[in-house]
Ligand binder design. Sequence first.
Ligand SMILES: [Fe+2]
Ligand SMILES: [Fe+2]
Length: 301
Amino acid sequence: MSFNQSVIDEFRANQGKVGGYFEGSDLLLLTTTGAKSGEERTVPLGYVRHGDHLLIIGSNLGGPKHPDWYHNVLAHPLVEVEIGADSFEAVAVPAEGARRDRLFTHVVTTEPGYGEYQENTSRVLPVVVLERSDPAPGEGPAEVRSLADKLVEVHVWLRGQLRHVSAEVDAYFETSAAYEGEGAAPAPGLGLQIRQHCLAFCQTLEIHHTGEDAHIFPAMEAHNPHLKDVFERLRTEHVTVARLQGELSSLLGDITDADPERFRKELARMSEELNTHLDHEEEALLPLLAEVPFPPGPPAA
Ligand SMILES: [Fe+2]
Ligand SMILES: [Fe+2]
């Protein structure tokens, strides 16, 4: 068994407490999706708290290359975090520029070892903020007991992420408009923060709609043949949303070159189309899904 795997097993068996080399240090488990393999990878990592967020550092022990998990979160920003006995989904957002430097100063003040790693390499060590991505309290169903609750939960998350990205894009434009030549100019592209949130949103949306097209719709349609037209319309809306999502994702390919005006326009179109679709879907499907238990129980004997 690898060293990492033995640490992971010990962590999970003892609610996050690990002895030996890591005794007494703050440790979390980060599960990412492989940038090339698409497979899940879990690594134990040190972390530093900063307000509500957790910071992880791409130190690679001061080695010359960024660690694999850093490349993974750039490709797939949505990650799973285990800390103590708790686990949650988060969006991984590398900090940039002056913010990165401020956060790194905080990291080194808390854990001076990271300062030594930085001295050992010419790389600027990435500081990655883990932002918990659960719906805000009061949003979404308090308890998921049916497939209807599950659908609403995912929709609430998607609506929330889309609002979040739109707010970030608005803030970006306000900062740019307010700049009058004093101090550092705003970055020309949209920045990693917007990219990471938008990518997390697009990837979750794609998984959700693929699941609806492949499983939920066919199963429901088989039981409700009179709703054929409703499913036809929802499928057509998926195709429209997928096209807009593809355009958004391609704009994010090279974030430093992304045209902010175009991005903002595409995002507004996506918001309109998607919100309309989610409303249609909830209106048509929630009454039918309210009776279906979630998570699915064992088949009746
Ligand atoms: Fe949906
Ligand atoms: Fe849908």
